[in-house]
Write a protein that binds this ligand. Structure first.
Ligand code: ZN
Length: 143
């Protein structure tokens, strides 16, 4: 059966930067995330604008590392509400990012979508050598 053209157009239209999205973690299936090298199976993209944060096969997950992040909003503005997150994509190289932005929020160095400025999607260490992106605050795109 053919998909009506109208629906197709709707599906591929990028989300405008101010489109509201859920700012909290959303459950993802662990079995569908990791390839045989224990790295990300799919492209990791912004939940709102689908900008690519990591290409395939560059980051590994770490678990049981609790850290409080502000609930995601545009430029991390708005009332302070927090969420405790312990499951992350982790890297020690800023070279593996495709697109990422950062800003200082609540005296923490946090990572934002480099295109639509939704965030925080994660955080980085004080010395800028370690990076964590919340597994359940991003989307996955099969190539
Ligand atoms: Zn975005």
């Amino acid at each position: 059966m053919q998909v009506p053209l109208k629906l197709q157009l709707f599906a591929i239209r990028p989300q405008p930067a101010n489109t509201p999205v859920n700012g909290k973690c959303e459950k993802v299936n662990k079995d569908d995330l990791i390839n045989e090298d224990d790295r990300n199976l799919h492209k990791i993209v912004c939940r709102r604008c689908k900008s690519v944060i990591f290409p395939e096969d560059v980051v590994m997950t770490v678990d049981n590392q609790p850290y409080q992040l502000r609930v995601m909003t545009h430029q991390a503005k708005g009332p302070a509400a927090f969420e405790k997150i312990s499951w992350w994509w982790y890297t020690e190289s800023d070279m593996v990012f495709d697109t990422v932005g950062w800003q200082t929020v609540d005296k923490k160095k946090v990572l934002m979508c480099g295109d639509c400025e939704l965030g925080p999607i994660g955080f980085r260490s004080e010395d800028n050598k370690k990076f964590w992106v919340a597994v359940e605050r991003v989307k996955y795109e099969k190539s």
